[in-house]
Ligand binder design. Structure first.
Ligand SMILES: [Zn+2]
Length: 391
């Protein structure tokens, strides 16, 4: 689904578009280019390159930026890529809060809003919340509608990207939410992806997994999900439900999960559960994850025992994942990824220590580079990927 060029016979129009896409992608990668260089690198004829670059200048993607040295004859004009030529909106829907960012073509965050909503209200309308936030940003910055590539949405749960429907989200407690009204109202395409898949895409194109061919991204937030990258592309499954690894059962008859089953991994390793375990052991005293890791670094006894228990649960699921997928890399994202010194050494020991089947350096466990931004950036990337490859 993420392939930019579909395998079908090429007619004149699609050849023209494919050439333009390649030249824009090259300009994005190289930042500055002359027509001569673009023609040499792409092996597209000079007149075709020339008219395409002229078109990119007219469309605002490039501008003239001086002259290059001549290798004989006239000095060639240098063209510079303009990242603010187009914008995309990325939305991440969390339980009780929505984050919305506006990014440019380099996926630099230009606007960033985070606002709470009442998650159990009967007339909850996610479309209206998202639309009014976007319209606010558009109005305040006088953004030309033609410069908006689209809106990408990441949400916890099972999604139907083709029809922009969030089919079921036990964590958000919603069913069959269609985001098509956003597309009708704004007149731009809307893309929908599972939160962990969006985060995996961001890590693959912009973060620690750049250039990796095969990995599992584990998103540990208020829910737990996974995004799979196989052969450098996201694998989303036959029904777009691949990677629901938060609902693998690690304890039969264990804690009741939002999905209706018992003993799901999510009920033991989400950020909420880590915090809850810590609060319970401190006799209900309120705290935060930051406070928890602070206590852990001072070897506080309660924090140490909570962390030990948490890592035990975490390693059970990761062990299963390695058994099934045998990936080169496992990337862990979410707030706990900001504490790799506490997370990685003991986790590696637990995952690889007691198994004769797995060897430490076969699979590397890493922490996310984009941290809490990965899902929202992945969402913002969805519309931009129709234009640029980030390869
Ligand atoms: Zn579950």
């Amino acid at each position: 689904m993420y392939s930019r060029q579909e395998q079908k016979p090429l007619d004149q129009e699609s050849i023209k578009k494919a050439n333009r896409d390649r030249i824009l992608d090259l300009l994005h990668k190289n930042r500055v280019l002359t027509k001569q260089e673009a023609s040499q690198i792409t092996d597209i004829s000079f007149p075709t390159v020339s008219s395409n670059i002229d078109f990119l200048v007219e469309s605002g993607f490039a501008e003239e930026a001086g002259m290059a040295n001549s290798t004989g004859g006239r000095k060639p004009v240098i063209y510079r890529f303009l990242p603010n030529a187009r914008y995309s909106f990325g939305i991440n829907i969390e339980p009780g809060a929505i984050r919305i960012v506006r990014v440019n073509l380099d996926i630099d965050i230009i606007d960033d809003f985070y606002f709470p909503y009442k998650k159990d209200q009967k007339d909850l309308n996610l479309n209206n919340l998202i639309l009014s936030a976007i319209e606010n940003i558009i109005e305040r910055n006088s953004i030309n509608a033609d410069n908006i590539l689209g809106v990408g949405i990441a949400a916890l749960g099972s999604v139907n990207p083709r029809h922009q429907i969030l089919e079921i989200s036990p964590t958000l407690r919603v069913k069959n939410v269609s985001f098509a009204p956003i597309s009708w109202t704004l007149g731009v395409p809307v893309y929908l992806e599972n939160e962990a898949n969006a985060a995996a895409l961001a890590e693959l194109k912009l973060g620690i997994a750049k250039g990796m061919q095969n990995l599992i991204y584990i998103s540990i937030t208020r829910g737990v999900g996974a995004g799979m990258v196989i052969g450098g592309e996201l694998y989303t499954g036959a029904h777009n439900r691949a990677g629901e690894l938060g609902h693998q059962v690690i304890y039969p008859k264990g804690r009741t999960c939002n999905c209706g089953k018992q003993g799901c991994w999510e009920q033991y390793v989400s950020e909420q559960m880590l915090l809850q375990l810590y609060i319970n052991k401190r006799n209900g005293r309120e705290t935060s994850l930051k406070d928890f890791f602070n206590h852990l670094s001072y070897q506080d006894k309660i924090a140490v025992s909570v962390w030990e228990e948490y890592l035990e649960h975490l390693s059970l699921g990761i062990h299963n994942i390695i058994s099934v997928y045998d990936p080169h890399y496992i990337v862990i994202g979410g707030t706990i990824a900001a504490y790799p010194e506490h997370l990685l050494p003991p986790l590696m020991k637990k995952v690889f220590g007691d198994s004769s089947l797995y060897i430490k350096n076969d699979t590397f466990i890493l922490t996310s580079q984009l941290g809490k931004d990965s899902s929202v950036l992945g969402a913002a990337l969805l519309p931009v990927r129709s234009l640029l490859s980030f390869g």
